[in-house]
Design a protein around this ligand. Structure first.
Ligand code: ADP
Length: 860
């Protein structure tokens, strides 16, 4: 019982009891036994949903109660705020909680006053790099989902960060929470921790495979789930879970079940549905061992597109099971979803949710994700079709889990690759809602009996794989070696190797020479690029090296950016000439006739005159007052080509597109893939706008490099569209991405351009064009709106409408006719008042104006 843990602070045990936690789960009791509340390090390797978070809380609360400070490391940014909210219930007992998200390159000083800090491993790494003093005060650090050290992209950061924290705080308690893995003992050895390993689950899990018209479970039982001729097993399984025997749920909520018919076969298709194609089995009626409540389902598929397609089909399955009350609440939720953003994805999601089904993937806006998760937990949404990111993240237990796709396309592998056992088990572990379901069911789908047998062997009877460190990969070491030296963890090659020797990699490897060899390669790379200096035995980071480390850049990204900016500086005259020449040779009339064209709006306003035809002016961003309109730029300035680089007529070079391309080709930006046809399209764009790109375009015969150059160009064009005020909806369509992807790219570009601005400043390269490009991507606007869009409450669309109404600056806003402002803001009084207040207008009230306005518009 919680009361029997003497180390727990006053009130905590009672509080837990109030939450229905009467007894510790066996793995929790084992962790307490192992000393987790007495400051001992523990690795807990237990199944999903068996209460790992409470183990962490017990450790953190008792550590803080002894005068310490705790850090909880999450694997995903989306989880950070969720965990913080969860831990905030301890604030009434005097535990302050803080979450560190947002920008890198800060030491998060305010966090010094918090008892419990939540952050991602990248954030913690950057806090260490920036010398956050409070890091030295940590007494307890929790690593959530520590098995992710196996992830080749993000694992090494967690691994090195834990190493640094332990070096800084020799007595540090480490609590590592892991899914069940094949070698938890090795992880425990690495962290000098006690191992708590268990298969215990709070609710039974039946795992099985559906084939033909029944599920075969691992306990030997079967459940008939017939699939109608031409029907899909997934639909039948979702429907079957929703079918009850009259709605007796375990907690007494009677959800009326209205229809037990299997949904009509869905004839549409066209999406890659590997498992279900022509799966036509005749069945006859359901079995009689149905569960006695209405159960929700989670369907795991292998791509975003499949998630959406699946939800669209399954909404017709969930819809007949809804009560009138639920229909009403779902309609409200659908409206809320549409309010979040005005995109196709939003629309599709809303139309599914209105019928009780939803999809969930990383391309969704985060507001959409949490609306869907909450509605699923509230049992309003009956079925979610999700990509595996859902399994790794938030707590969304479900009556039934259907793993529809157990393979996913893998570019390096060159085809469909089976998922890891660990991953499948994590998805399956989401089955069973304690207190609601008698047991959870997790079902894989098979097309034939051989596949059924294979799935049993591969996933149901199989143990999860061991976790393997990915630290010895060069990109990971590049980053971490520089940071380790820059933040003073190692001053010599020997010290560096000693530090690396305390990693999981070193614990695991038989080939100790390998790490040393890769380390030497990486040191040579860093030295060559001017980030490190070696003298005899000593290693020091150069000034730029320090900056790169603090900016949290992959050194290769920094090298690419520096090269590009230096190249632009060296070739400026030539490129500026090429650009103006290209523009007049170009079909300028086509562009000039359509100033709103998104293809090259910046060049649209004039023809022939190189000062304004080819370039945007480098407007002074700090200038609060008048930003010049296109016409103003055209008038009066007469710089000629050769004067480029001096004086007032200075054209902006590099252009925004050039800079977007530069940051898009770094390893820190996930580039868009080229789809079929894209190669031609972007080859053409590449030659049209070659003079803007910062560096020589690789020859078409350098296949891989050329392809990467084009992918970066596609990404850069997306950013350019965004910065040219193209509608989000258009962008999602044009590039085949979700709104969440646009935001992701925009945020990354903002970060990288901010870093580029810093590097340019440090290396005496032109700063203004970089800053301007960064602002444009940040606000998603053209040059002339930068001032307006920077005002709190305005944003890209309102800025454009204000501008069109003749309001171009803050000063204009302070002086404008209120009715003009109000009309431009579509009659939204509160918004208008807020904006006027933000620019310091004396009397921002719209009361009279609004009345007058509605008096005129309301008249019939
Ligand atoms: P994990 O992190 O292992 O996936 P969670 O920590 O999210 O699992 O726990 C799953 C659910 O179990 C949570 O809703 C939590 O409140 C509940 N829970 C945890 N420990 C207990 C307990 N001892 N008794 C009852 N419920 C518990």
């Amino acid at each position: 019982q919680p009361e029997e843990v003497p180390e727990l602070p006053e009130g905590v045990a009672a509080h837990l009891r109030g939450e229905g936690i009467e007894e510790l789960y066996p793995p929790q009791a084992a962790a307490v036994e192992a000393g987790v509340t007495r400051g001992e390090s523990v690795v807990a390797s237990v199944p999903t949903a068996s209460g790992k978070t409470l183990v962490a809380e017990l450790a953190m609360l008792s550590s803080v109660a002894r005068g310490g400070k705790a850090l909880y490391i999450v694997p995903l940014r989306a989880l950070a705020s969720e965990k913080k909210t969860e831990f905030e219930r301890w604030e009434e007992y005097g535990f302050d909680v803080g979450v560190s998200t947002g920008n890198y390159e800060s030491d998060g000083e305010w966090l010094a006053s918090r008892d419990i800090v939540v952050a991602t491993s990248e954030k913690v790494d950057s806090l260490v790099r920036n010398g956050a003093a409070w890091i030295d005060e940590l007494t307890c650090v929790v690593a959530d989902e520590v098995h992710l050290v196996d992830d080749s992209h993000r694992g090494p950061t967690l691994e090195v960060t834990l190493g640094k924290l332990r070096t800084l705080n020799p007595g540090l308690q480490v609590v590592a929470l892991s899914a069940t893995v094949g070698n938890a003992d090795v992880v425990a050895e690495w962290l000098d921790a006690e191992l708590v390993e268990s298969d215990w689950r709070p609710i039974d899990l039946r795992m099985g495979v559906h084939y033909g018209n029944a599920i075969s479970f691992d306990d030997g039982s079967q459940r008939e789930v017939p699939v109608e001729s031409g029907g899909r097993p997934t639909a039948a399984l979702v429907d079957d879970a929703l079918d009850g025997d009259g709605g007796n749920t375990l907690d007494g909520v009677a959800d009326a079940v209205q229809d037990d018919g299997v949904a009509d076969a869905d004839e549409d298709d066209g999406d890659a549905d590997a498992t279900e194609d022509d799966d036509t089995i005749d069945g006859d009626g359901g079995g009689d061992d149905k569960p006695d409540d209405q159960g929700s389902s989670l369907v795991f598929v292998n791509s975003r597109r499949n998630a959406e397609a699946s939800a669209k089909r399954l909404r017709d399955v969930t819809e007949p099971h809804l009560t009138d009350d639920e229909r009403g609440r779902l309609a409200e939720l659908a409206a809320e979803i549409r309010d979040v953003s005005d995109t196709d994805t939003s629309d599709t999601l809303a139309s599914c949710v209105a019928k009780g089904a939803a999809f969930h993937h990383a391309g969704l806006a985060s507001e959409h994700r949490s609306l869907v998760e909450d509605a699923f937990r509230d049992r309003l949404v009956k079925c979610i079709s999700a990509t595996p990111t859902l399994a790794a993240g938030v707590n969304t237990p479900s009556r039934r889990v259907i793993v529809r796709d157990w393979r996913r396309y893998d570019g390096e592998f060159g085809g469909m690759k089976p998922l890891d056992v660990l991953e499948i088990h994590q998805m399956m572990g989401r089955a069973g809602r304690p207190g609601l379901d008698p047991y959870g069911e997790a079902v894989l789908l098979a097309k034939n009996s051989e596949t059924r047998d294979e799935l049993f062997e591969r996933y149901i009877w199989a143990d999860p794989e061991p976790v393997r460190s990915k630290l010895a990969a060069e990109p990971a070491l590049r980053t971490h070696v520089l940071a380790t030296v820059a933040s003073g963890f190692a001053h010599t090659r020997e010290e560096l190797l000693e530090f690396l020797d305390r990693t999981l990699y070193a614990t695991q490897t038989d080939d100790s020479g390998r790490l040393e060899r890769v380390t030497d390669d990486v040191l040579a790379y860093l030295e060559r690029n001017g980030f490190l200096e070696r003298e005899d035995d000593s290693l020091t980071a150069t000034s730029v090296g320090h900056t790169v480390s603090r900016l949290y850049l992959d050194p290769m990204t920094a090298a690419e950016i520096i090269d590009g900016l230096e190249w632009a500086d060296a070739n400026r005259g030539e490129m500026v000439r090429a650009l103006s020449g290209a523009d007049s040779a170009d079909d300028a009339s086509a562009r000039a006739s359509d100033p709103a064209s998104s293809a090259a709006p910046a060049r649209a306003s004039g023809d022939g005159d190189p000062t304004d035809a080819g370039f945007q002016r480098a407007s002074e961003l700090a200038a609060d007052e008048r930003s010049e309109s296109d016409e103003a730029v055209g008038n009066g300035t007469t710089a000629d080509d050769d004067a480029a680089g001096e004086g007032l007529g200075d054209p902006t070079y590099p252009t925004a597109l050039g800079l977007f391309h530069l940051v898009s080709r770094t390893p820190d930006m996930y580039q868009l893939y080229l789809k079929s046809g894209d190669r031609e399209t972007y080859t053409e764009i590449c030659y049209e706008r070659e003079a803007e790109l910062l560096g020589r375009t690789p020859s078409e015969y350098e296949d891989v490099r050329f392809e990467e150059w084009l992918s970066a160009l596609k990404t850069a064009r997306l950013l350019e569209d965004w910065a040219d005020e193209v509608d989000e909806d258009r962008i999602t369509e044009r590039y085949g991405v979700g709104p969440g992807d646009i935001r992701g790219k925009v945020e990354t570009a903002e970060w990288l351009l901010g870093a580029a601005e810093r590097l340019a400043g440090e290396l005496d390269l032109p700063v203004v064009p970089v800053r301007e490009a960064k602002k444009r991507v940040e606000y998603g606007v053209r040059d002339e709106l930068l001032t307006l869009a920077g005002i709190r409450g305005v944003g890209r669309k309102r800025a454009r409408r204000l501008y069109e109404a003749g309001i171009e600056t803050r000063a204009d806003l302070r002086e404008a006719d209120k009715s003009v402002v109000l009309r431009a803001l579509r009659g939204r009084r509160k918004t208008a008042e807020g904006i006027l207040e933000n620019v310091g207008r004396q009397d921002p009230s719209m009361a009279d104006v609004a009345k007058a306005d509605s008096a005129t518009t309301d008249r019939p």
